[in-house]
Design a protein around this ligand. Structure first.
Ligand SMILES: C[S@@+](CC[C@H](N)C(=O)[O-])C[C@H]1O[C@@H](n2cnc3c(N)ncnc32)[C@H](O)[C@@H]1O
Length: 215
């Protein structure tokens, strides 16, 4: 098994355990996060109504993709965890969810107008994240947009606990240069990049947001 497959198999096992509590904690978070709502609105404005969007690493609530679907886009959510896909499907009737690894997707080349990766690269070793960017680039149409959210910092490695649940899961924190390099080396032009402080109720890391356009 390749290194990335090993790490992602741990991610799958972990989120199968974490999914229910993760949903309980975060499914309503958009109500409190005006910054993220504005960011997703500005992403939606780049797209035509009915555009095909992939929510890559949609989580158990599917609420980021749902926000975009409510703005007239056709969203497919994908996640590596069976339990996340099961829950997201049950909470969002009418939306499509699939179990997929975002480093190796089953979609054809150039079939999405937009891709959102909201905190889904954070469970991959930093030297392997390029593989995810290349895959997201592959599934995007020319001129399509990729939105990435990540947590800022420098550490990476396996943790033994997340949201109060014992589990083995990889966690990576990034700086803006690393995020920029992933975009540019995969063939994107950066249209937006910003770092923000965490809100009082969030885990205490700064967050990095970036949007790139496939050239
Ligand atoms: C921190 S959660 C974020 C969920 C959601 N995007 C949100 O913002 O609330 C990370 C999600 O990405 C998924 N994920 C992580 N690595 C993945 C991979 N290689 N392929 C597919 N999903 C992945 C996890 O299973 C988890 O549901």
């Amino acid at each position: 098994m390749e290194a990335i497959e090993f790490v992602h198999s741990k991610t799958r096992q972990a989120y199968n355990l974490l999914a229910d509590k993760y949903h309980e904690l975060f499914h309503n978070e958009m109500n409190e996060k005006e910054y993220d709502r504005r960011l997703l609105d500005s992403f939606a404005e780049k797209l035509k109504p009915g555009s095909l969007i992939c929510d890559a690493g949609c989580g158990p609530s599917g609420h980021i993709g749902r926000y975009i679907a409510d703005r007239g886009m056709a969203v497919t959510g994908v996640d590596i965890s069976d339990r996340c896909v099961e829950l997201a499907s049950s909470f969002n009737p009418g939306m499509r969810f699939l179990r997929e690894d975002i480093a190796k997707l089953s979609f054809e080349d150039e079939c999405f107008d937009g891709v959102i990766s909201y905190y889904s690269i954070i469970h991959t070793p930093k030297n392997l994240v390029t593989l995810i960017f290349k895959e997201l680039y592959r599934i995007l149409k020319i001129e399509g947009h990729l939105l990435v959210a990540a947590k800022a910092g420098s550490e990476e490695g396996f943790l033994s606990e997340l949201i109060g649940i014992e589990t083995e899961i990889y966690f990576s924190l990034f700086n803006e240069k690393e995020i920029r390099d992933y975009f540019v080396s995969s063939g994107f032009e950066i249209e937006f990049m910003e770092k923000r402080n965490p809100f009082d109720f969030e885990i205490k890391n700064e967050r990095i947001y970036a949007i790139g356009r496939k050239l």
